[in-house]
Structure formats: structure tokens, C-alpha cells
Design a protein around this ligand. Structure first.
Ligand code: NAD
Length: 320
């Protein structure tokens, strides 16, 4: 099933592993590198375990078996071996500007003239990482959503010097591996999903801090309210369907939005002292010894939701 095309992955943590599974699902030869060699071996073991589990639950992507897909992923102990001859290199090391700059300076030496140099950075704008690279016109952000195997949206963010061809090729590659790319016209701090996520988190923190709602009620409000619709449509379509179109929604609710928004408080202080109340309540709700159990619970539900969304798409294709 191999298509004889190489993808280089730098960093074999949580996100690097997910990329490896996604690229292998459509037959790419994946070269996985990490500064810690033992991390690569544990990543390969973990990936095999994850692929087999997905196969059992009927959620494995692609047409090849779990074991066949796993064979396409090769752990390597040198960056040169990872990068040379790759059509696309995806970096997923820690979110640290100086580290990412250093890693890309090294990758740059081994990259070919057409190799796409892509970072999984969550918030760092691409111009900051790539300004001094020889191949900076090949540099781009492909920021996945956690966990990428179940949540397909990827933010594609060019630097001011990224070539149009690199943007187009990155979008095409993301679609090819089954992801859902959203492409930015230019870089913007926090891109889009973290800007929206932080706006929500700021208001949640302020509601708890002000004693207006408990932390539990804030989560209920989103989980059993807004989130119901957001699981399959965006906030703008939600607005359209809550009235007779966007114009009508704005005619009806525009003044209210402006008036309520004028009461928003300043951005809360995101330090342990400044956010003590939300920390205390969340620690009571989900004690630290329950985090792993709860992450497994979340992942199991994401699998169920991904299945349901797949069924919904198939129904839509068949005209309901
Ligand atoms: N976890 C998320 O929710 C999430 C979601 C989207 C994007 N991201 C972004 O993806 C990137 C990776 O995040 P993660 O959660 O996988 O982190 P992680 O801590 O799980 O993994 C990072 C890996 O990078 C390796 N590494 C460190 N320095 C290296 C170097 N010089 N060369 C090669 N490997 C090196 C580490 O050994 C580790 O295995 C970050 O930029 C993060 O912001 C994370």
C-alpha cells in the first residue's frame, strides 16, 4: 500500500504520533524523529496499540490493516534521515519559540527546494519562527485540533513570505489525509480557534470569579446548551437559523449583543492567584488523580461523536 512518498515528522509526542497515524492511513512513508530516542520507541509501540484499538472499534482510517499502516512508520535517530527527500516535514516539538527556531534552522539544512516546512504551533505566528530560514517561502503553520485523529479541523496559516503554491499544496495534503483545513489570508496572534477559545475561557473565568455561576454550571451551560448545536454547526449558522437569516438576526439581536457586550469585564488574570476560584472549584470537580481516567472518558466519547458525525454526513450525501 506504500505510495513511495516520504513525510518527515519531528517530535514524537502526542501530536507527532497523531500526525504519523494520519499520514500512514493514506499510504505515506512516515519517518518519525525525536531528540529522545526512547521517546520514538515508545511512540511506535503506542501507535500500534492505538491503531489496533481503532481497527477493533471500526474507526481505523484508510483501507489497509492496522499492522500494515504501522509498518509505514519508521523511527529514525537522526534529523537528516528524517528530513532528506521528504515532500513535507511536520514539526511538533514543545511550544517554545527559541526551540522551534533552532529546530527549523537544522531542518532547513537538510530540506530540498520543494519540501514544505510546517509547524504544529498552537499560537506562535509563522513569521517569528521562519524569518531567517533559507527556505522560508516553504514555511507554513498546520495547527491541528486535539486529538487530531477524531477532530479534523487544521488551521493553515502562511507567513508573509510563504508562497501561494505552498499554501495550496498544504491545503491539498490536509484534505488528502482526511482533515478539514481552514486557511488564513495572513497570520494573526492565536490564529482563529485559540482566539475564540480564549474569548470563551475569559468569560467563563469571569462568571465564576464574580460568583455569578459555579464552575459546574458554566460547564453545564456549554455542554448541555450551546455545545449541542456547535457539535455540528458553527456559531454563525446558529445565528442565521435562530432568525430568518443573518440580517434579520442582527436587526433583532444586534442592539442586545452591543448592550450585553458593553458589560463584559476586562480579561481575567490567568495566574494561579488571579484565577484561584476557578482552580479551587475545578480541583473539587475533577481531582488530579482522576485526570487520566477522565481523559480516557473524553476520548471514548469523541470516538462515539466522530461516528455519529460520519453517519450524519453520509445521510446528507444521500439526501437525508
Ligand atoms: N497537545 C495539544 O493539545 C496540541 C494541539 C495542537 C497543537 N499542539 C502543538 O503541537 C506541538 C507539540 O505538542 P505535543 O502536545 O505533541 O507536545 P509533547 O510534549 O507531547 O511532545 C513534544 C515532543 O517533542 C520532542 N522534542 C523536544 N525537543 C526536540 C527537538 N529539538 N527535536 C526533536 N524533538 C524534540 C520531545 O521529546 C517530545 O517527544 C506544540 O507546538 C503544541 O503547541 C498541541
Amino acid at each position: 500500500m506504500s505510495r513511495n512518498e516520504k513525510i518527515g515528522l519531528v517530535g514524537s509526542g502526542f501530536i507527532g504520533r497523531s500526525w504519523a497515524m494520519l499520514f500512514a492511513s493514506v499510504g505515506y512513508e512516515v519517518y518519525l524523529y525525536d531528540i529522545k530516542t526512547e521517546q520514538v520507541s515508545s511512540a511506535l509501540e503506542d501507535i500500534l496499540h492505538q491503531l489496533r484499538k481503532l481497527e477493533k472499534s471500526g474507526m481505523l482510517r484508510g483501507t489497509a490493516s492496522a499492522d500494515e499502516q504501522h509498518k509505514l512508520i519508521k523511527g529514525v535517530s537522526s534529523l537528516k534521515e528524517c528530513v532528506e527527500g521528504a515532500k513535507h516535514v511536520q514539526e511538533s516539538v514543545f511550544e517554545d519559540l527559541e526551540l522551534k527556531k533552532k529546530v527549523f534552522k537544522d531542518i532547513d539544512q537538510f530540506a530540498g527546494p520543494n519540501t514544505i516546512l510546517s509547524t504544529s504551533a498552537s499560537c506562535i505566528v509563522p513569521s517569528k519562527i521562519s524569518a531567517d530560514l533559507v527556505h522560508r517561502s516553504n514555511f507554513i503553520v498546520a495547527h491541528p485540533t486535539n486529538p487530531p485523529y477524531y477532530v479534523p479541523m487544521v488551521e493553515v496559516v502562511p507567513a508573509p513570505w510563504t508562497s501561494k503554491d505552498v499554501v495550496t499544496r498544504t491545503q491539498a495534503l490536509m484534505k488528502e489525509i482526511g482533515q478539514s483545513p481552514v486557511t488564513f489570508s495572513r497570520e494573526h496572534p492565536g490564529f482563529g480557534s485559540n482566539r475564540i477559545q480564549y474569548a470563551i475561557l475569559n468569560e467563563c473565568n469571569n462568571l465564576v470569579k464574580g460568583g455569578i455561576l459555579s464552575a459546574d454550571d458554566v460547564d453545564t451551560l456549554v455542554r448541555d446548551g450551546l455545545g449541542f448545536r456547535y457539535a455540528f454547526m458553527g456559531p454563525l449558522e446558529t445565528a442565521v437559523l435562530n432568525a430568518n437569516g443573518m440580517r434579520d438576526y442582527i436587526d433583532r439581536y444586534g442592539p442586545t449583543i452591543m448592550s450585553v457586550s458593553s458589560t463584559f469585564e476586562d480579561v481575567p488574570t490567568w495566574t494561579p492567584e488571579g484565577s484561584a476560584e476557578v482552580i479551587k472549584q475545578m480541583d473539587e470537580l475533577i481531582p488530579s488523580d482522576k485526570h487520566t481516567e477522565r481523559q480516557d472518558w473524553r476520548n471514548a466519547r469523541l470516538v462515539m461523536l466522530a461516528k455519529l458525525k460520519k453517519e450524519m454526513k453520509e445521510m446528507e450525501k444521500m439526501g437525508e
